[in-house]
Design a protein around this ligand. Sequence first.
Ligand SMILES: Cc1cc2nc3c(=O)[nH]c(=O)nc-3n(C[C@H](O)[C@H](O)[C@H](O)COP(=O)(O)O)c2cc1C
Length: 139
Amino acid sequence: MIPVIYWSGTGNTEAMAKAVVKGIEAAGQEASLIEAADATEAIVKDADRIAFGCPAMGAEELEETTMRPLMDDVNPLLKGKYVLLFGSYDWADGEWMETWEDEVRGLGPAYLATVICKGEPDADGVKECQDSARALCEA
Ligand SMILES: Cc1cc2nc3c(=O)[nH]c(=O)nc-3n(C[C@H](O)[C@H](O)[C@H](O)COP(=O)(O)O)c2cc1C
C-alpha cells in the first residue's frame, strides 16, 4: 500500500494526486489517497514508498497550516524511503519544489523524484504524474 498524501486548495494538486494513484495501480500496486489533514505519522512510518503533494503557497512555500506541520512531523521518518513529491504552481517557476526537494534530499531518502504542473494538469501533466508513480513503484 503506497500512501499518496496531498493538500490542495483548488483541486489542481488533487488532480495530480489522483493521477499518481492511477499510475501506482497501473504498476500493479495498491495506493491510498489521503488528504494531508487525515495523514498520521503511523501511515508514513509504515510505508516503504510514499508520495506527497502540495502546491506552491505563501511565497514559494508549502501550505502553512496543514502541510508544513505534517512535513515537520514526518520528515525524520523519510530516511531510507522511496519518495515522490508533486504539486501545482502558477506564476513562478517551481522554486517551492526545488526548496522542498532539497529539504527531503537532506533527510537521506533511498529515492527521490518530483513532478510539477502549472495550474491544472493537462494530458501531458497527468501522464507525467502517472509515469512518475510507476517509476516510484519500480525504483
Ligand atoms: C495563497 C496562495 C499563494 C500562492 N503562492 C504561489 C507561489 O508562491 N508561487 C506560485 O508559482 N504559485 C503560487 N500560488 C498559485 C498556486 O500554487 C496555484 O494556483 C496552484 O495551481 C494551486 O493548486 P491547488 O489547486 O492544488 O490548490 C499561490 C496561490 C495561493 C492561493
